[in-house]
Write a protein that binds this ligand. Structure first.
Ligand code: CA
Length: 229
């Protein structure tokens, strides 16, 4: 899960990032509305945490422009102001949820979990399922029919993206951006290395699921015995 934090109070932004990273998110931080909007439009984030009072462009304008550009990334708005008018304005302009500062970390995490839950996804508590596989977000494990392996952070992120996409092809570029981010020096090679780690783990689990390579494009999941077009 990749989160973008748009918050001009540097210490609060860092506290939020620390909290989210402890809970399994990868975070990027922007300190003003313009940079926040640019980054949010990249399409690589699963959720945006957006302050209202921001330099250059306020949070209301950011969320409004984001929606005008066709982005449907979930947005959780934060503000120190608690007036009802603000909440209504934020929601009217396209925010998904509104939280008033100061907030309880547990409340923030619960909101983010709710916002990032996708439609159609089979979800049981902290687990994501695909075919015979279960990915446990709390324990960082992948299991199949009673066998289970622990995943490293990057393996976990990659497996989660693959399971969410299922038979839809994920490009190497998307994997690179979502897992390593823009700032990173990582290359296609890094993706290949982690795909090979995951393949070993799938084979160890004796899962029917395979990671299929689509040459020059990327990867998708398939189940053994499925027709490959
Ligand atoms: Ca602010």
């Amino acid at each position: 899960m990749r989160a973008l934090i748009v918050e001009d109070e540097v210490r609060l932004a860092q506290t939020l990032a620390d909290l989210l990273e402890l809970n399994g998110y990868t975070c990027d931080i922007c300190h003003d509305g313009e940079a926040g909007l640019d980054n949010a439009l990249s399409g690589i984030y699963d959720v945006v945490v957006l302050d209202v009072m921001l330099p250059k462009k306020d949070g209301f304008s950011v969320v409004q422009e984001l929606r005008q550009e066709g982005s449907s990334v979930p947005v959780l708005m934060l503000t120190a102001r608690s007036e009802l008018g603000d909440r209504v304005e934020g929601l009217d302009r396209g925010a998904d949820y509104y939280l008033t500062k100061p907030f309880e970390p547990r409340e923030l995490l619960a909101c983010l979990r709710a916002l990032t839950r996708r439609q159609g996804e089979v979800q049981q508590g902290d687990a994501l399922e695909f075919a015979d596989l279960t990915l446990d977000r709390a324990a960082f494990t992948l299991s199949c029919a009673g066998r289970s392996v622990r995943l490293s952070r990057k393996e976990f992120d990659m497996m989660e993206l693959l399971m969410r996409s299922g038979s839809m092809v994920l490009t190497k570029e998307t994997l690179l951006l979502k897992i390593w981010g823009y700032e990173s020096e990582a290359e296609d090679n890094n993706v290949e290395v982690y795909i090979s780690f995951l393949r070993k783990k799938l084979s160890h689990l004796r899962s029917r699921v395979r990671i299929r390579t689509i040459r020059m494009v990327g990867y998708c999941l398939e189940q053994e015995g499925e027709e490959t077009p």
